[in-house]
Design a binder for this molecule. Sequence first.
Ligand SMILES: NC(=O)c1ccc[n+]([C@@H]2O[C@H](COP(=O)([O-])OP(=O)(O)OC[C@H]3O[C@@H](n4cnc5c(N)ncnc54)[C@H](OP(=O)(O)O)[C@@H]3O)[C@@H](O)[C@H]2O)c1
Length: 392
Amino acid sequence: MSRLNTTDRPYDIVLFGATGFVGTLTAEYLAAHAPGELRWAVAGRDEAKLRALTGRLPRGAEIGVLTADVSDPASLRRLAGHARVVASTVGPYVRYGEELVAACADLGTDYLDLTGEPEFVDLMYVRHDARARETGARLVHACGFDSVPHDLGAYFTVQQLPEGVPLTVDGYVTADAAFSGGTLSSALNQLARGRQMLAAARDRGRHEPRLMGRRASAPTGAPRFAKEVGAWALPLPTIDAQIVRRSAKALDRYGPDFRYRHYAAVRRLPVALGGVAAVGAVAAAAQIPPARRWLSGRLQPGEGPSAEKRAKSWFKVRFVGEGGGRRVFTEVAGGDPGYGETAKMFAEAALSLAFDDLPPTAGQVTTAAAMGNALTERLREAGITFRVAAAF
Ligand SMILES: NC(=O)c1ccc[n+]([C@@H]2O[C@H](COP(=O)([O-])OP(=O)(O)OC[C@H]3O[C@@H](n4cnc5c(N)ncnc54)[C@H](OP(=O)(O)O)[C@@H]3O)[C@@H](O)[C@H]2O)c1
């Protein structure tokens, strides 16, 4: 792999979609926490909105402003050519995301996003991974609550277990939070595209090299009462388990035979059953265009939970890891998962790609494979807990 030299670009980081709900939180986070030497710009389709944003930020006059629109590929190429790292919040990604990934892969620009859409990630692997490997670009999807705490939490757990032996890790997610218009729109869009999602996964399977001499799996677990965490465990069919499995494929530290299962943990059975029924109803409604439009209209793009609601929101992911005669309980926890902490994870991941001394990787890579412990340490310093609760 030979990385294209991008050090002469005008910006270390360009934040595309900076005027959206998470984009604004990410811009505020960077303005408050990034090192003084960071050269960065906000980007979007509306220059007046971008200037209003920088006008509200500390040292806003030093932040660049770039305009680009997803319907204008030349503008996206210009944007990718101006940065060492591009961070995009412009979703639903399966609808809006590909041209920017293509431009970054082609120009050797590191790229990260907040997608939780498996179809998009699989399509980008098939279409742009090879070019990104040639130019040295790192394409890192799912750099928000999907899937940073799960991916880095599983990696943290693995590192508490012996090396060179089969390992199992189960992740149990609990959270209290609300979501934004952008998230609702992306989730409904993905739920309505079950067929396309399966086709993209199959196509990826045909292109991806087989793992030789090791195994990494992420089977869907069965619903059960999990004594280990004292809660009902419901299989969680999000992108997270796929991301953890890809990290296990990429890194030998996960051992010769690794298995990950991903659950929502719910203390009371009626709440668990209510949750399953609600998710089933939304998934069914997403298949019917008028019902999908009605649901989507409940929250507009740019809208999201209030600062008060976000201040009361929290998440906790508990992991149970086993292997080589050892059992370990670990935990990743923080505040508002979807927005406050997502903006933090996203901004810190962009800073990590821009400034940290990381293992040499290229192409489509996970947060654990691309940034691993460097990102975990950044998040710890920024207030997200990674801890060993017990070990036997
Ligand atoms: N992984 C996670 O845990 C997580 C958490 C939160 C959000 N997300 C995802 O992040 C994405 C953004 O969420 P959000 O709530 O911030 O959404 P949002 O408020 O609707 O923001 C979307 C952004 O996209 C921009 N945009 C839309 N069309 C565009 C175009 N044609 N050209 C250029 N920019 C365009 C918007 O620009 P304007 O301001 O000009 O309209 C806005 O900046 C969603 O896909 C959501 O699912 C993921």
